[in-house]
Write a protein that binds this ligand. Structure first.
Ligand code: COA
Length: 374
């Protein structure tokens, strides 16, 4: 008989340090002032355009972000550095990405009444992997004392929903019974903190999702009613960092080796793509949008979420219908919708339906319909 996959529990690790928009903008503008002073003659000659300052008001209006948690606050805010400085560790020490994944995993396992030994597959699904190999997921598997197998996967901001469908399929196929999906996102490492258009977008966090066969899951779980994934190639969000860059020292640190996007185009392309995916998924599953208690949307931009929720529900969504965590977490890539689910799902009753949705670079999008079992 085919096993039915469910979500038994989730976990969340939030870095203790946080940067407010005021702190971020003060650092950015100090750097802008210093750069413009250093190039005053070229600017006066008209050979160079002065850099423009950032503003708290713009950031809040354009994105809904008020603060972001980070792993390395002082270095990010230092105008002479403006990047995280996380010391390299010896091979024998746990890697930072595995460490924060384990923090989130610990909470998910405890909530489900499980230990690492119950896990028989680990997927690390995130946007930025710390190294090519050995897989971060195998390091997490080892640290947990889990059996079975583990691997890393990357579908940018959609990694978590793609990880959920992959884990669910493995449970259905009988290849695993208890799959841990972790989403450690140190987004501050790929963000260009000197790019006025995007320096405010990302934060750091880790989430974990424990999926099990319904037959062995705790009674308080979430049924996976169905999932749909979608990808469509686009250069509108792109990062050219990769192992072949080392052959070209002259361009190795160029801005295209960090996150960059055409924000307006992303907005235009992704809102219809995602709302159509959700509406099609609901129609194919025989569920009316009105019967959804909650949307746990990817957390990239409050205006985008407002439009997507409105297209799906047919009316302006309340905070209870489409909760946001962007204000304090910013965009945490694949972890965003999982944070929203983790923090805003306890009040749903048995039988209530909700929908998890991710979207981002690729383009990629994922939709997962959940029903509370108890
Ligand atoms: N501070 C002050 N002003 C700024 C600024 C900043 N940090 N950054 C840009 N501006 C200015 C621009 O110069 C421009 O000024 P102008 O009209 O005088 O030319 C104006 O603000 C509008 O810039 P624009 O880039 O068009 O802003 P926007 O309203 O499109 O918002 C995003 C930018 C990135 C917040 C928005 O496009 C977005 O969120 N898009 C979706 C991206 C996304 O979600 N990506 C991740 C997917 S996972």
């Amino acid at each position: 008989m085919t096993a039915t996959p469910v979500i038994s529990a989730t976990g969340l690790f939030t870095p203790p340090e946080s940067i407010s928009n005021a702190e971020l903008v003060a650092s950015f503008n100090a750097w802008v002032e210093a750069e413009n002073a250093a190039h005053a003659e070229a600017i006066a000659r008209g050979d160079m355009q002065p850099l423009l300052p950032s503003s708290v008001e713009f950031i809040e209006k354009a994105s809904g972000i008020r603060a972001r948690h980070v792993m390395s606050k002082a270095a990010i805010l230092d105008p002479a550095i403006m990047a995280p400085r996380i010391p390299e560790r010896p091979d024998e020490a746990v890697a930072i990405l595995a460490e924060i994944a384990l923090e989130a995993a610990g909470e998910a396992l405890a909530r489900a009444g499980r230990t690492g030994r119950d896990v028989d597959a680990v997927i690390c699904a995130c946007s930025n992997l710390q190294r090519p190999y050995p897989a971060i997921a195998i390091e997490v598997q080892h640290a947990l004392g889990a059996t079975g197998f583990a691997f890393d996967m990357n579908v940018a901001c959609s990694s978590a929903t793609f990880g959920i469908q992959t884990a669910a399929d493995m449970i259905r196929a009988g290849h695993a019974r208890c799959v841990l999906v972790v989403n450690p996102e140190i987004c501050s490492g790929h963000l260009n903190w000197r790019d006025r258009d995007s320096h405010f977008i990302f934060g750091d966090v880790a989430t974990a999702i424990l999926l099990e066969a319904a037959a062995v899951a705790p009674p308080a779980h979430w049924e996976i009613v169905g999932s749909r994934l979608l990808t469509r190639f686009s250069n509108a969000i792109r990062n050219n960092f990769g192992f072949l860059n080392r052959a070209h020292p002259e361009t190795r640190d160029a801005p295209d080796k960090l996150f960059r996007q055409e924000g307006r185009r992303v907005f235009r392309d992704v809102v219809p793509m995602v709302s159509d995916l959700i509406l099609r998924h609901l129609a194919e599953t025989g569920i009316s949008p009105a019967s959804l208690r909650r949307l746990w949307l990817h957390q990239a931009n409050a205006n985008m979420n407002r439009l997507i929720a409105e297209r799906v529900l047919g009316h302006a969504a309340s905070e209870a219908e489409s909760p946001t965590v962007l204000d304090t977490y910013a965009n945490t890539s694949s972890a965003g919708s999982i944070i929203a689910f983790h923090l805003h799902s306890a009040d749903l009753a048995a039988g209530d339906l909700g929908l998890l949705c991710s979207f981002g670079a690729g383009y990629s999008a994922g939709s997962v319909i959940l029903r509370r079992a108890l």
